[in-house]
Ligand binder design. Structure first.
Ligand SMILES: Nc1ncnc2c1ncn2[C@@H]1O[C@H](COP(=O)(O)OP(=O)(O)OP(=O)(O)O)[C@@H](O)[C@H]1O
Length: 293
């Protein structure tokens, strides 16, 4: 499979701390890769670097062969790179529908930059003769947004006109995923999409991710619930102290002594979430997860 994402030697330092320490990461078109590791391993920092929220001190990021190192999130959104955040980010005062439409905004013709030379003329022509174009586009996008909301069963669709602040925590997180999907992503980065969710809610998200994967979407997942990681991932990358300490299919990673040692060393696989989600797939990791405070 052709590589969609190629990360080489990525480094990010915060003062004396090297949060990401020379990470390489390849993700093939249609692949689902999970990034796991103890708290503070550098997973979110890696996501921030790859999705333009932070700038690397060294290294490169290529998307479909193009060097996108250090590009702003908007520029990456135009290349259909979508992400969700560890603590969930929605616009509380906007409705569910408007939150999702924001995800599609970079796809609106009116939001795209004009042609380099004839840009101003083209924009004027569009303004004079294409007055209905934005409304038509928005109508179509709303229909698409409703289709996306349907993915979440009756969790979001009946609430599409409610402000996001009135939703439950789990529903706000669902809205965030829906917004990311509205971008029609080429690659989707999910940062702990089930954090704070109970086992039922976690399973629902797991089924949605499984469905997205089945459509061929390329997904990179950070997740502490190892049961979900083991079941869904094609490949797992394990980080510890900013470095990649293991990589491979779930069957190999779960037996890797370096991985088990890393979790033991930190005494944590990721807080209460694993316990809430139920069993960890592999008995040895299960023992580690169960043994932490
Ligand atoms: N903006 C920042 N300034 C200073 N230190 C930071 C900053 N962001 C992250 N760090 C530090 O970098 C390290 C890696 O943090 P990061 O959030 O990437 O880890 P993580 O693997 O995502 O952890 P968790 O699983 O707890 O979310 C941590 O020691 C963290 O305290």
């Amino acid at each position: 499979m052709p590589k969609l994402l190629e990360v080489r030697g990525l480094v990010r330092r915060f003062g004396g701390l090297t949060a990401v320490d020379g990470i390489d990461l390849d993700v093939a078109e249609g692949e689902m890769v999970s990034v796991i590791g103890p708290n503070g391993a550098g997973k979110t920092t890696l996501f921030n670097l790859v999705t333009g929220l932070d700038h690397p001190d060294d290294g490169s990021v290529r998307l479909a062969g193009e060097d996108v190192t250090g590009l702003a999130p908007e520029a990456l959104a135009r290349r259909r790179v979508a992400r969700t955040f560890q603590h969930g980010r929605v616009f509380g005062n906007l409705t569910v529908m408007d939150n999702v439409l924001i995800g599609a905004h970079t796809r609106l013709k009116v939001a795209r930059p004009g042609w380099p030379i004839l840009g101003a003329v083209a924009e004027l022509g569009r303004a004079l003769f294409g007055v209905f174009e934005p409304a038509v586009e928005e109508y179509a996008l709303k229909a698409e947004a409703r289709e996306i909301l349907k993915l979440f069963g009756d969790r979001l669709l009946p609430r599409q006109d409610q402000p996001a602040y009135s939703l439950s925590y789990a529903n706000r997180r669902r809205v965030e995923i829906a917004r990311a999907l509205a971008l029609k992503p080429r690659i989707l980065f999910l940062d702990e999409p089930t954090a704070g969710m109970n086992p039922t809610e976690t399973n629902e998200i797991m089924e949605i991710v499984r469905g997205l994967k089945a459509t061929g979407l390329t997904i990179v997942l950070i997740e502490h619930k190892l049961d979900m990681v083991m079941r869904l991932s094609d490949r797992i990358v394990v980080m510890d102290d900013g470095a990649r300490i293991a990589e491979g299919p779930p069957s190999a990673v779960r037996h890797d002594p370096k991985v088990i040692a890393a979790y033991l060393g930190h005494g944590s696989v990721g807080g209460a979430d694993d316990r809430a989600a139920g069993a960890v797939a592999e008995p040895r990791l299960k023992a580690v997860a169960g043994g932490r405070a």
